[in-house]
Design a protein around this ligand. Structure first.
Ligand SMILES: Nc1ncnc2c1ncn2[C@@H]1O[C@H](COP(=O)(O)OP(=O)(O)OP(=O)(O)O)[C@@H](O)[C@H]1O
Length: 233
């Protein structure tokens, strides 16, 4: 579904990605692992067409999307929940959910307000509340719900549980597990390696803008030293 190879990207004249490769199959959950500053968010931004790509290939659902603008990448079915919870603060919960909703890919069982409220009952209780007045965890659920309402073929969660209370994290991980059971393809970036190991089918490790390791969950589990070397503090 998504294949990235030899991706190179820069901010201004500073190159940050040198050789990133990753792949996610239909219905798979994959991760991007690596310490702070290794290029995970930049990889996501490069896939979305939100930073300067110097070289490499980005293929999504059989189409080359390298160089496409973010709106076009989103229209093709990539739903991003960016780092830092970006709900529209002055809109209500319901308005946020419907603001960018679409079913362009004509899914037979599309996401609806009702389905999002079933997944996150707190959002139903707060449907008429302005997003800016929600707690951090509620805002994160809202942004995930908003991404689902675009019926993405691939959902990308960049640090979706960062800074959240454990009980809210658990709720978000349950949501991810349930999306996985439904066959949703997902790319996860998160610091909770233990949870990622349980949830993901495939992992990619970034070190200074280079994919230094890619493999299945079983392959990662078989090499305990890998995570210590590249992801441990
Ligand atoms: N807007 C920007 N302008 C210039 N450099 C940037 C910008 N954003 C990120 N960088 C630099 O690019 C490198 C990769 O950052 P990136 O945010 O992709 O890493 P990350 O692996 O996602 O880390 P984190 O877990 O801290 O978010 C870092 O050295 C960072 O300082």
């Amino acid at each position: 579904m998504l294949t990235v190879s030899n991706l190179q990207a820069a901010y201004g004249s500073t190159q940050v990605l040198f050789d990133v490769g990753l792949s996610i199959g239909e219905g798979e959950v994959a991760t991007l692992l690596g310490r702070n500053g290794m290029g995970k968010t930049t990889t996501v931004r490069a896939i979305m067409g939100a930073c300067r790509v110097l070289d490499g290939e980005v293929s999504f659902a059989g189409t080359n999307i390298r160089g496409a603008v973010p709106e076009s990448v989103a229209r093709r079915g990539v739903g991003l929940v960016p780092e830092g919870r970006q709900a529209f603060p002055t809109l209500t919960v319901r308005e946020n959910l419907v603001a960018t909703a679409s079913n362009r890919l004509k899914r037979s069982d599309p996401w609806t307000l009702e389905r999002v409220y079933e997944m996150f009952p707190r959002l139903r209780e707060r449907a008429d509340q302005r997003a800016g007045t929600l707690s951090g965890g509620e805002q994160q659920m809202l942004v995930i719900g908003r991404a689902l309402m675009t019926n993405p073929r691939l959902l990308i969660l960049d640090e979706a549980t960062e800074g959240l209370a454990p009980v809210i994290r658990t709720e978000i991980w349950k949501c991810v597990a349930s999306l996985k059971r439904e066959g949703q393809s997902i790319l996860l970036i998160d610091k909770n390696i233990g949870v990622l190991k349980r949830l993901a089918d495939r992992h990619h490790i970034l070190e200074k803008g280079v994919t230094v390791w890619s493999g299945t969950g079983a392959e990662l589990a078989a090499d305990a030293e890998l995570v210590d070397r590249y992801v441990g503090i």
